[in-house]
Design a protein around this ligand. Sequence first.
Ligand SMILES: Cc1ncc(COP(=O)(O)O)c(C=O)c1O
Length: 378
Amino acid sequence: MTHLFDVYPLYDIEPVKARGSYLWDQNGTKYTDLYGGHAVISVGHCHPYYVEMLTKQMNAISFYSNSVRISLQEELAEKLGELSGYPDYRLFLCNSGAEANENALKLASFHNGRTKVIAFNKAFHGRTAGAVAVTDNPAIVAPVNYNQHVTFLPYNDIEAAETGITDEVCAVIVEGIQGVGGIHVATDEFLQTLRRRCDETGAVLILDSVQCGFGRTGKFFSHQFSGIDPDLMTMAKGMGNGFPIGGVLISPKFKASYGMLGTTFGGNHLACAAGVAVLDIMKSENLIENAARMGEYFMEGIRRVGGYKELRGRGLMIGIEYDFPVKDLRNKLLFEHKLFTGVAGANTIRLLPSLAIGTEEADAFLKALEVEISQVPN
Ligand SMILES: Cc1ncc(COP(=O)(O)O)c(C=O)c1O
């Protein structure tokens, strides 16, 4: 009998039903979802409009290749450009965050013909060859993926960026808020320095917005707090609310040519229907505003509970770092209080709920956190 290749440590819970910010297991036990399966659930589980759009699309046509017109792609690009504030950028569609970053790195290199890439300490950009090479985690970089093109600089270090970005650099790839690295927010000055140095040297600025994008932080992209415009923005996760889809938003200065990029599945009918449904729901339910408002609500509540070393984040991308390993705390939140949360490293609880989360769900978390933190020995 064939078994699965065992690469994921699993919780012995199987969700069989989900609605909004709730999940149910096979015994009917209800869980509140404060993690959205790694920031993927943006508009809520099984949103009726999303389900209807996908069902209708499935019954009409699910797939044909990128050799024919798929007007849903154009609809998605138009709606994305409008809601994100980048109507003059163009969209390349693919299937995941790693793939979006691969394509962004290729575009940068095609554009200026250079090879050197600047990435940052604690960066996570995905697991495919190029994306993992710019990821700062030796444990997941296979020998075949190491290359001499990549230099890691300290995150939020203006001096290092000033000197490290030279006219040999092809691209600078950075997360507006580092997610896997522990919810570290880029300062406005840091992002502005990256923008200026890229302009001065001809390097391409790539904002990996896979985790901090799609409205999660209270703006469409987290770098929009700093007022900069990247050359390329990569996205995935919340873009499809669970249906695999990724994309690169591309500044008008890049020239497209036939065959330059390509994919079999990217931009397929179902993925586009999911992407359009997400944007429609985000707009009609004002979910970006809700993310900002609920982010404040969580932050205030967490401050009230206290007991942490550092609280970081923006909107609904929140990291609570403790001066102890959070494995037990997370287990208690899950098994005793029926709350799904995430972690980043050993000491940080990571919250990435749906953008549609409400005060009832937040209160359930805050109440449980208070109970558990009060029991931590001083
Ligand atoms: C910032 C960032 N970039 C890229 C990725 C990779 O995305 P995917 O797993 O869809 O390839 C992730 C995934 O966690 C991420 O957080």
